[in-house]
Design a protein around this ligand. Sequence first.
Ligand code: ATP
Ligand code: MG
Length: 315
Amino acid sequence: MVRKDILDALRTYTEPFRVTSGSDFSLKHFDPGETLGLKMDKAEALQLLQRGSKWLAMEQEVLYAQDSWSVLLVFQAMDAAGKDGTIKHVMSRVNPQGCDVFSFKQPSAEELSHDFLWRYGRKVPQRGHIGIFNRSYYEEVLVVRVHRHLLDAQKIPPARIGSNIWDERLADIARFEDYLTRQGVVILKFYLNLSYAEQKKRFVDRLDNPDKHWKFSAADIRERRYWDDYMHAYEEAIRATASEAAPWFVVPADNKPFTRLVVAAAIVEAVEKLDLAYPKATQEQMKDLAAAREELGAEAANATEHTQAGGDSGH
Ligand code: ATP
Ligand code: MG
């Protein structure tokens, strides 16, 4: 049974950031510094988050046992928005056997020799699993749109590259997501909405703190110059692909504890809505269970000594 009180509580954190229709979407309406009036005392946020991830761990067990639905979590963001940390915290208690994380970087030569969705389609989570895309097929309408030469590297016949290429790609992505959701893949897409000012702060922090030098990349500073182009590309992407079945969450990212809380709430809410229960045993399986119980019981009654394979041989 879906707990209505739980869903209502989760909705407080998710509703303001959920985008299910692109028609009047604008990033201007979303404040990267939003915390819904919560002061976000670190300890309190952590406690809430821990509850959320514990919950998620329980739900994932049922998802796995059901072996039918799967969940695809797409994470997109500008550099330093906190994708990695969010994934780490939110999934901290989930059984690694039912969870797969894929980080998509610059495509390989083999990947460039295929259609643009090829490398992503192969990593869609199997039934019962949660799959995380750390960057995703959206890069194909983000970084590739901002840096046009990346499109040239994709070896597409020139006759197939028209002035509508980005709208066409977005339509292909929306169709791809429709297809997956109809197959029972629950898709949630997170855009971690970092402000230009906060990104600068985090970059400076990386430069000032020797423990964070490893995170610094000169390429990130170069990408920052294209900020406005990226914002335009994100807006177009969200407009074209936000739907009830595969919603976007424009998550405020200037406050890390709050970001994690919203993401955890969105995932728990989506899985909770599936109203999953452990599969009930069939009559046939009940018979097997009874027979097994009997056999184990009989074993105890006429207990004989068994040596452990590979155990001490007495020398
Ligand atoms: P982190 O910096 O936290 O390790 P990251 O996701 O930024 O994580 P990087 O190795 O820094 O990882 O960057 C990966 C790069 O690959 C990004 O700049 C991204 O834009 C680029 N990329 C991803 N997909 C594509 C693609 N399809 N075509 C071209 N570049 C891509
Ligand atoms: Mg990076």
